[in-house]
Ligand binder design. Structure first.
Ligand SMILES: [Zn+2]
Length: 164
């Protein structure tokens, strides 16, 4: 399906194709939470980077997260590029040069009607603040860090990829 998205002030509009559009993965890491999800988590989708079309590119700003180093010295910058609107601040998508064919739009920026996920996956729970309830449906899965399946594999193993 084609995912159509906008920032809140409409300065940036984009579309991108995805054959795995279920918004099932809730990420509680501090970067996602602070840049894209005030309720405690953000939902990243997976789409085909080559199909991205953007209107209002001049309003995009890229944030590369600073990662704390374990030894407390300096820290590195994440190669992942988090694109957001410089006018209204809406988090739009993440693109990472390590997986250049993928684009990860935030479900919160998508205006197209997304299919409802049959179950959810809660990841990076080690980074969840205490005020976020550990609520989770019966069929949901939870991970302290990264999940056991990629977004592609999750869709594929449930027969949810529309074409391939
Ligand atoms: Zn905006």
């Amino acid at each position: 399906m084609v995912l159509e998205g906008t920032c809140h002030c409409q300065s940036v509009r984009f579309s991108v194709r995805s054959n795995k559009p279920y918004p099932y993965m809730y990420c509680y890491c501090s970067i996602c939470r602070k840049t894209g999800g005030g309720s405690g988590s953000a939902i990243n989708l997976s789409a085909d980077a080559a199909s991205l079309e953007v209107e209002g590119k001049k309003n995009l700003t890229v944030y590369q997260a600073r990662l704390d180093s374990e030894d407390g010295e300096g820290g590195e910058t994440s190669p992942a590029e988090r694109n957001f609107c410089s006018r209204c601040g809406s988090a739009l998508w993440v693109w990472d040069p390590r997986w250049p064919e993928l684009l990860h739009p935030f479900a919160s920026a998508i205006d197209s009607v997304l299919p409802r996920a049959p179950e959810r996956c809660h990841i990076m729970l080690d980074f969840k603040p205490k005020w976020v309830p550990p609520s989770s449906g019966k069929r949901d899965s939870q991970f302290r860090g990264y999940p056991d399946q990629s977004i592609h594999d999750w869709h594929q193993s449930r027969g949810l990829i529309s074409y391939e």
